[in-house]
Structure formats: structure tokens, C-alpha cells
Design a protein around this ligand. Structure first.
Ligand code: PLP
Ligand code: SF4
Length: 336
């Protein structure tokens, strides 16, 4: 995608075409960014373990020629991923095996995670699902119906959280079918969607999706996943605006990442940007300790210092909650 004209053409394609043409190798991404793979700590082996995947709409937010770009660092397979860090494992949250069977993860009171796809539009190097066999998480319609019945049969469940992978990778027809089924469950109040697509592939927020969401009888919440203010460009802003003007509540979660957003200025700027486009900063997560992600870790004490700096700078409603996930706990644990 070297010249600007073809870049513009690409970004006007529908989301599925854009997804099909996402960068999937180090060479192409480096060429696009005017970087030489030889100058970077790239690792082909790391890319074999967990492939490079990044849509052009996200790569377009990176600074050309910057080997230390905070967005590039989130997606570039590097040698450090092959290092062993003590305390890092393949399933740090301890719940993936359970999910693969039914697609439903019921750990917290009143809400369930519903995972019907393990795929994502982007492969984030720090992801705790990076070591998990994605294919096992692909629910067919039959398993989906079983999961819906589980929710139907438990009147204590008031909120379903569509998670993944990325639930917005389901096509419009599948998603509409699922939402209609959930609409039919009387005791359900809210449908929450955890998705990185409004940020990394904003073309996904198309009219058909909006129609499906506004037709639902439930309250719809979308929790985006954005780690750095540079991820928010005009197309992202337009997608958030469309969602917001359709009556959807928007929150954001961020992962605290070494070399990406591990300073108060970057985090404050992110909160400012999100809020100005109608998205409320919700969680700032400490990294889940998955194998291959040790170089992204920010120590808890440092995280605490950062959140106090943010608190001293921003209005309270722009300060995300600093949390960590602990296997067996009944909620995310507040660090502050
Ligand atoms: C994170 C998570 C939720 C959602 O938690 P909230 O605090 O409501 O955002 C629900 N279930 C599971 C298993 C989770 O990991
Ligand atoms: S979008 Fe979320 S689930 Fe997918 S790779 Fe990134 S962090 Fe993991």
C-alpha cells in the first residue's frame, strides 16, 4: 500500500475487505512504515507462534520511520517474546479451558462472558489469549444456542458480555441473530460488547450494525480497547460519534504497557481524547502474565504512582480504575 491514493481507496472498502487485506507479515509492515526489518528486534519465530496481524487503518496511525512507535510496539513480533519471565504462563487467568466448551464464562455475579469467536482483527502481542488455540473458541450456531439457553435458565444473569476474540468480527447476520435471541430473554437488562474494532477497524461500525444495535430491546454498552491517543484518528472519532448518537453507552479499557503508555502524560492524553469523543475511561488493566509478554510488564508499584499522577491531573471521571485480574476472584481487583 505504498502510495496515498491506494491507501485512501483501501480505507473506503468495506470492513471485511479491509480485514482480508490486513498486514500479515513483518516485511510488508516495515516497508509501509519506511523501516528496515534489520534495524528492528523482529523475530520470525515469534511471528510463527502468534502471527502478525494489523489492519491498515491501525497501521496508518503509526509514525513513519519511528522504530519506537507506541502502536507498532503493540503489534510487531520481537525477540523478547521468546524470553522466559518468572511467573508468566500460558493461561494466567485460568479460565480459557472452561470457556472453550460452552462459550459461557460465569465467574462474576449477575453477568456472564459469552465468547463466540476467538479471532481478532489485530493481534496484540501482549494479549493473554495469544497462547490459546483460537479454533477451539469458534462457536457454531448449535453451541451458541446452548449458551443462550444457559443464560435463559438463570434469572440472576442481568448482563451478557459479548467478548472474544472480538465479537464484532461476527458478520451482521450472525450478530443480528444472536442479539435477537438475547432480546428474547426477559431477565436480561444489558448487552455489553467488548471490542477493539471501533478503534482498529472503524469501518466495522456500519449502518447495518447500528440498526441491529438500536433495534435491541436491551441497553447496549460497548467497551472499546484503546491504549494510546495516537490510535484515535478521524475515522475512529466518526465511529464513536455514530455509536454514541445511536444511544449506545461507550466505555474504554486500556492495558498498561511498558514502552507504549507507561507514563502519566500518555495516559492523561488518552483519557482526554477518549472523553472528548464520548468514551468514558473505564479500566486500566495491569498486564495478565501470559508467556511471551514479559517485556510489556509495568510493576504494580509503578502503576500506582502513575494512577496517582493521573488523579492529580484530571477530573475524577476521566481517571480509569486501575485493576488486575486474579484467577478465582469474584471481580477485577482494584489496585488503588
Ligand atoms: C472482566 C470480566 C467481567 C466484566 O467485569 P466488569 O467489572 O463488570 O467489567 C465479567 N466476567 C468475567 C469472567 C470477566 O473476566
Ligand atoms: S484485540 Fe483483545 S483479544 Fe484480540 S489480540 Fe488484541 S488484546 Fe487480544
Amino acid at each position: 500500500m505504498p502510495d496515498p491514493q491506494s491507501e485512501i481507496q483501501h480505507l473506503s472498502q468495506n470492513w471485511q475487505q479491509q480485514l482480508a487485506e490486513a498486514f500479515n507479515n513483518i516485511q510488508d509492515l516495515c516497508r509501509y512504515l519506511h523501516l528496515s526489518p534489520d534495524e528492528l528486534p523482529v523475530s520470525v519465530e515469534a511471528a510463527k507462534n502468534f502471527p502478525l496481524r494489523v489492519p491498515l487503518s491501525f497501521a496508518a496511525c503509526m509514525e513513519k520511520g519511528n522504530a519506537h512507535d507506541p502502536l507498532l510496539r503493540q503489534v510487531l513480533p520481537v525477540k523478547e517474546e521468546l524470553l522466559d519471565y518468572p511467573g508468566f504462563s500460558n493461561d494466567p487467568v485460568g479460565d480459557l479451558a472452561a470457556t472453550a466448551q460452552t462459550g459461557v464464562l460465569h465467574k462474576y455475579h449477575g453477568r456472564v462472558l459469552f465468547i463466540n469467536t476467538g479471532s481478532c482483527a489485530i493481534n496484540c502481542r501482549y494479549c493473554f489469549r495469544r497462547n490459546f488455540p483460537y479454533a477451539d473458541l469458534q462457536l457454531g450456531k448449535q453451541k451458541e444456542d446452548i449458551a443462550v439457553r444457559y443464560i435463559q435458565n438463570d434469572a440472576n444473569i442481568s448482563e451478557v458480555i459479548l467478548s472474544g476474540g472480538d465479537p464484532l468480527l461476527l458478520n451482521d447476520a450472525r450478530l443480528a441473530r444472536l442479539i435477537r435471541q438475547l432480546d428474547g430473554i426477559r431477565h436480561l437488562k444489558r448487552i455489553r460488547i467488548h471490542s477493539r474494532l471501533p478503534i482498529v477497524l472503524p469501518a466495522r461500525i456500519n449502518d447495518e450494525l447500528i440498526n441491529t444495535l438500536v433495534q435491541s430491546s436491551k441497553q447496549i454498552i460497548i467497551v472499546t480497547h484503546c491504549n494510546h491517543a495516537n490510535e484515535i484518528n478521524d475515522r475512529v472519532i466518526a465511529s464513536c460519534k455514530l455509536l454514541k448518537s445511536s444511544g449506545i453507552t461507550l466505555f474504554n479499557q486500556t492495558v498498561l504497557l511498558r514502552g507504549v503508555n507507561d507514563n502519566a502524560e500518555a495516559l492523561c492524553e488518552l483519557s482526554e481524547q477518549l472523553f472528548s469523543h464520548g468514551v468514558i475511561p473505564y479500566y486500566l488493566h495491569l498486564l495478565d502474565k501470559a508467556t511471551g509478554t514479559g517485556h510489556f510488564e509495568v510493576a504494580e508499584t509503578e502503576a500506582l504512582t502513575l494512577i496517582k499522577q493521573i488523579q492529580a491531573t484530571l477530573p475524577g471521571y476521566m481517571v480509569p480504575k486501575l485493576v488486575k485480574e486474579q484467577a478465582g476472584a469474584g471481580s477485577k481487583l482494584a489496585v488503588l
